[in-house]
Design a protein around this ligand. Structure first.
Ligand code: SF4
Length: 478
């Protein structure tokens, strides 16, 4: 008798259950990879020390510095930390990982970067794994067919000590996007359209699996952008089935199985078997048509308040949304294009990879950032920075008048001093537009790198499609 068809999530989950869940108790789930950074780990290490505990699996723990790190250098090459606390966080992390023999990608590493950019780059993120990190956007790693989710500081301590976590099994939701995306529609637009459809709470209690031709045709960079924002729909995690693109991305990377002795092919065979079985059932299914998706922007103070850039701002659904419109200084029924933009941020673990930077550079090539507007471009990692510079992208950005920075989280979370002034409007490729996320009183519009770049050279929010395939003359349009 054939066994019940299973979903990708079920297969990976079952491989990691140490103790099954009961009515009274969550499951104990083994964790394959624990990514740590300077902000959520110091307290966890302190607790470990107080209790006389060691890190259970230093070899399955990987550290970087990204959240508080300056993205500018002083003339002498030193790093201008915004506060003593930020500097102390980094020093503490470096001391803790040295004490516990954990691999770290610090200042000297060519692999340093935002934790969700450098993990995949190192091949530390692989299909079928369970991955956690003290950062909400750990869901990024689900692009490789891993169960990956953010944890709190207390849980960081648990995983350091036990390499496992207590967790109730989420329900499964398949999100299908089939068809062909129109010209100028990017992975960021796809995920914003999904969140707008299901709502910021729509994924609560679920593990999402992105299915359909749009994700099959999407690059690994694009899949990471989509999975990254699963948490913004409230989901525990988001996943895409591993396929030939996944295998090609991973081959030859530091932690990937060796290609010399058959290990890599054997791993690919195993990874391919993780895809959801035909006929596997999900607790919920959602369907979007690729052709219906247009370039998207947010207009409120959470990512669910997202709309096509060429639509009119929707009516507020409740008092909270009314307050959001008021905070953003926008009015229902009006166009969102034409809003004056003060800052543009292209970066974050959502959109700071090569594909993102190439797209932004294409729009900014030969153009000028509008006077009075600040545009900063922050590569996601040292590797991205190096590759972008090899392709001359940094010269395109700086020739346009944008700032080319050192890798880090930067204005995604504004912990390192990169922030907007009160009232300023930021078009940002990051993942959260909560009030004050990019500085007290700052207003954030989430968008794709294309839309952000178009805003930088236009000074106002514009539909990026006016710059598509029309050559440099398009820069005269606005
Ligand atoms: S870029 Fe933003 S979301 Fe991503 S890891 Fe850094 S702070 Fe977290």
């Amino acid at each position: 008798m054939s066994s019940m068809p299973k979903t990708l999530f079920d297969k990976v989950w079952e491989r990691h259950v140490v103790v099954p869940e009961t009515a009274d108790h969550p499951a104990t789930l083994y964790i394959d990879l624990h990514l740590i950074h300077e902000v959520t780990s110091p307290q966890a290490f302190t607790v470990l020390k107080e209790r006389g505990l060691k890190v259970r699996r230093p070899d399955r723990t990987l550290a970087t510095i990204d959240h508080s790190t300056p993205t500018l250098l002083n003339d002498d090459g030193s790093r201008p930390f915004v506060t003593k606390q930020a500097e102390a966080q980094v020093k503490t992390l470096l001391a803790n990982v040295a004490e516990h023999d954990i691999e770290v990608h610090g200042w000297e590493s060519e692999n340093r970067g935002i934790v969700h950019v450098m993990g995949p780059e190192l091949g530390a993120t692989r299909p079928g794994m369970t991955i956690v990190c003290g950062d909400s956007h750990t869901s990024t790693h689900g692009a490789f067919g891993a169960i990956a989710f953010g944890i709190g500081t207390t849980q960081v301590g648990h995983v350091l000590a036990n390499q496992s976590i207590l967790m109730r099994k989420p329900k499964t939701m398949a999100v299908y996007v089939d068809g062909e995306l129109s010209e100028g529609v990017t992975p960021k637009d796809v995920i914003l359209a999904i969140i707008a459809k299901i709502g910021v709470g729509g994924g609560t209690g679920y593990a999402l699996e992105y299915r359909g031709s749009v994700f099959e045709n999407m690059s690994m960079d694009g899949r990471m952008t989509v999975c990254n924002m699963s948490i913004e729909a409230g989901a525990r995690c988001g996943m895409v089935a591993p396929d030939d693109k996944t295998f090609a991305y991973l081959e030859g990377r530091k932690f990937a199985p060796s290609s010399d002795n058959g290990d890599y092919l054997a791993a690919c065979e195993d990874w391919a078997s993780l895809a959801s079985d035909p006929g596997a059932s999900y607790d919920k299914e959602v369907f979007l048509k690729a052709e219906d998706i247009r370039p998207m922007v947010t207009y409120g103070t959470h990512p669910g308040m997202a709309m096509p850039i060429d639509a009119l701002i929707p009516d507020a659904a409740d008092e909270a949304e009314e307050n959001a419109l008021s905070y953003m200084q926008v009015k229902a029924g009006e166009e969102i294009t034409g809003l004056k933009v003060d800052r543009v941020f292209i970066g974050s673990c959502t959109n700071s990879r090569m594909e993102d930077l190439r797209a932004a550079a294409q729009i900014m090539s030969g153009a000028r950032v509008v006077d009075g507007l600040t545009a900063i471009i922050v590569p996601g990692s040292e590797l991205v920075k190096k590759q972008a510079e090899a392709e001359g992208l940094h010269e395109i950005f700086t020739a346009a008048g944008a700032e080319w920075r050192e890798p880090g989280c930067s204005m995604c979370i504004a912990m390192n001093g990169d922030k907007a002034a009160p009232g300023e409007l930021v078009v940002s490729t990051s993942n959260r537009n909560f009030a004050g996320r990019q500085g007290p009183g700052a207003r954030t519009i989430l968008a794709s790198p294309e839309t952000a770049a178009a805003a930088a050279i236009s000074g106002v929010l514009v539909d990026p499609r006016i710059f598509s395939n029309t050559g440099e003359d398009a820069h005269d349009v606005v």
